[in-house]
Write a protein that binds this ligand. Sequence first.
Ligand code: MRU
Length: 360
Amino acid sequence: MKVNNKHYRTIWMEGETIRIINQPLLPHKFEILNINNLEELKRAINDMQIRGAGAIGAAAGYGLAQAALKAKDENFFETVISAADEIKHTRPTAQNLFTIINRMLSGIIDKEQNPGDTRKALKAEAERYADYDANACKMIGKFGAELIKDGAKVSTHCNAGWLAFVDWGSALSPVYYAVNEQKKNVFVYVDETRPRCQGSRLTAWELVQEKIPHAIIADNVTGALMWKGEIDLVIVGADRIAANGDVANKIGTYSSAVVAKENGIPFYVAAPSSTIDPDCESGGSIPIEERNQDETLYMFGMDDKGDLSRVRISPAESSALNLGFDVTPAEYIKGIITEKGIFPASKEGISTILRGNHNG
Ligand code: MRU
């Protein structure tokens, strides 16, 4: 991805320092944040300085590699295993975090090995995962672009663009591919995505960078546009995909999927295969994060003087319920766009993805 004509990833490592794009400051301020230790890494994931399934996965991988690089030889394995456990407790829904940490724990951490070799192997695995994520998202773009006709109006929810991954993004990658590589005209309807407004803050900012025409709409506008025939296609991301094709994604996705089906609009989910949880039989067993109610009761933004501040938008006496995600049952999903091709959202489709075959 390019910001002011310079190529960036959302996260990378320089020496023992992890560097990320500081997302809560967008779209007002573009800032790179340094992460120097496990506490800072956990805070960055919890507070959504880095967010989005793929980016969280990459942060987890780099975070564990950093913990290993800093751990002393004497208690090396205890320190690294406890760091893995702490990282696993940052956010519960995005499967990518568990995919990479479990792979590092079962494939690399071996108490028979010496700390020096383990440090190198963990760092290499974190880099490999980040490259996998970026390449998989590019392939999602290539496969998904075939679904987008010239002149199409595409609806998306939350941010599943490059900020949510290491590069390219999932749901927005087909749009970028269709516009930049295939020279198609595409218009994007961006759901605002309350309460954290990943759509109006992050997706819209990305689309400005990419010079792609778009309109931000309040979440409750989507249905009306679908009914009026203003939306040709919906593509959203995923935080976890169950073995039967049910999908957990940002809260509000389910409503969009149901109204899309009612209006005969194809609804696709785009995600790398690292988002699939084969141990989760169906959407009902996906853990859904409940976040701090302040995210709903307050808004953060820039005033007319250019100052960033947080304001309360609800009665001081009110409390809020803030569910981070919902589950869209497989029957509402026309297909899952992965790095291996486009597959049905079904038990068979998911096992084909996991077997490595593809229809692309
Ligand atoms: O809570 P977030 O911002 O980390 O949410 C994750 C997401 O970005 C979305 O749910 C997205 O649509 C899929 S993950 C890229």
